[in-house]
Design a protein around this ligand. Sequence first.
Ligand SMILES: *[C@@H]1O[C@H](CO)[C@@H](O)[C@H](O)[C@H]1NC(C)=O
Ligand SMILES: *[C@@H]1O[C@H](CO)[C@@H](O)[C@H](O)[C@H]1NC(C)=O
Ligand SMILES: *[C@@H]1O[C@H](CO)[C@@H](O)[C@H](O)[C@H]1NC(C)=O
Ligand SMILES: *[C@@H]1O[C@H](CO)[C@@H](O)[C@H](O)[C@H]1NC(C)=O
Length: 536
Amino acid sequence: SAEEENWPEIEKAAKEKRRELVLQGAVIDEKISSNGGLCSTIYSLKLLNYLEIIQCLSLTEIHGDIKNLTTLTSLIVCRNKLSSIPKTIGNLKSLKVLDISVNNLKALPDEITQLSELNTLNVSCNNIESLPDGLCHCTKLSTINISKNGITRFPDDFYRLDLLSTVIASENYIEDLSGNVHMLSALKVLDLSNNKLSDIPYELSDCSKLKEINFKVNKLKDKRLEKMVNGCQTKSILDYLRAGGRGKGKGSKQADGDKAEGGWNTEKTQTKKQRKQKKKNEEDEDEDEVANELKDVRPYLVCCVVRGMNFRSGNALKRFLAAQIKLHDDLCGKRTTATIATHDMQLLKGPLMYDARLPPMLKIVPLCHKEMTAVELMRQLQLEAEDQRKQRKRQNVSGLHKYLQLLDGKELYPCLVDAKDNVISFPPITNSEKTKIRKTTKELFLEVTSSTSLQICKDVMDAIIVVSSSLSMYTKRHTVGLNPTLQKLVIQQVRTVDPDGNLKVVYPSKTDLSTDSSSKITIARLYRGYRYRVNV
Ligand SMILES: *[C@@H]1O[C@H](CO)[C@@H](O)[C@H](O)[C@H]1NC(C)=O
Ligand SMILES: *[C@@H]1O[C@H](CO)[C@@H](O)[C@H](O)[C@H]1NC(C)=O
Ligand SMILES: *[C@@H]1O[C@H](CO)[C@@H](O)[C@H](O)[C@H]1NC(C)=O
Ligand SMILES: *[C@@H]1O[C@H](CO)[C@@H](O)[C@H](O)[C@H]1NC(C)=O
């Protein structure tokens, strides 16, 4: 206003083109009180890098014009009585340090998430109930102090802050620390003392830089763990979590047992595989084997090979993939009853083996991703599913969510592995980028798995073959100068045998495939030229 007095401190700073300004103490507080706020000329000090205004109990707000101070790198406004922070704070694109601790803040503006250079955020000692979603956009955030507030949870995307090294969150009402905490790979210090946690996820032990943790005064269900967090060093607690498998009240001994058994299973499978590999040369080419461990995981699998496909013309590949998606949605009940995987025969090396592996040991190159373990993939998909769910306004469980749940609580995950030990599929989640079908694919390796029934596998397989043959007929009509009989698909029979060599299933058998499609396909029952075998 016109009556507003200029403050000498601010005039001096302007005259001297100062880059730093500190205002504190009783004299300033009085001026703020009589002026009804800060002198507005402060917002014209456009050269400021550092602004500190502290211990002014009359300071209840900062004007939106703070946005004019675009070169600010540090804004320290702690120990005042601020009841809000202006949204325009999002304009301070150079801001690295924001300290708004010890004020009367009930919320943080979402615009804080636009501070892409932010390194340190201190909001401790306020009445904040939640952190804004989107904090993951502050990719450089390394220290955050949210201590002494009313926060009940970390937002889901909080775990994506992979440069975050110090998290002080003591004296809040946090009920849950997600297993995604392992994604905070730079984490060194984590203080969650005086909260409402009932357990600590074992994934915390994957944070390899962790030096200091504090979980005192929570309500941990695992009483032994509770004792440890009060007395033991960080390393011992992390060791306990690591051994505890889930960190949900499991004792370390029992969990060690679980691990050893899982490891042994995998080893046993390996040995069996090697043994089979030896026997392979003496046996028929087209046999499969079922690993016993799969009984509890995803027991039913049906495979076959389709030769004579032509995806080169027009949008044949697109239409085939669209048909597969439709089958997944309808016949496969959004993958809950069965899952289809398609592979390019040329890109996989037989014999194949259907295996069950410990999630951290199952490595795959999923479609459109880099190689990762099943654990990493599942976490990534869970985050994606969570994002999807949010976009759809909370209520709905997404399709992705539904089939991720199918693996909930499983000790071992199913996978189909080729002779070079490449995991070519991880049902019902994904198949491998390495063997995915392309326009050049001529021979398809088809795989249908189910945890509920063998018949559904066969029904789904029948349906894909019908799709394939109709696609091939369509192609034929549009291909000039080729002998039509060459266009007929050849379905290569694949047998599945158990570890002792007993036949489990052969597809297609006499009862599979309708007579309707038999005019369009030839079933190769004993095609011996094939140098592969599927150990299912
Ligand atoms: C801040 O910038 C706006 C224009 O963006 C201007 O209207 C306003 O007067 C400036 N405030 C101060 C105190 O300089
Ligand atoms: C955060 O604010 C508190 C209270 O003002 C202070 O004691 C602490 O040093 C600050 N921490 C950081 C990392 O800025
Ligand atoms: C975090 O904030 C609390 C409360 O203001 C303070 O006591 C503590 O020293 C701060 N810790 C760090 C590491 O900044
Ligand atoms: C939830 O999903 C179902 C289909 O899965 C859909 O019919 C329904 O409209 C969705 N509801 C909301 C609120 O999005």
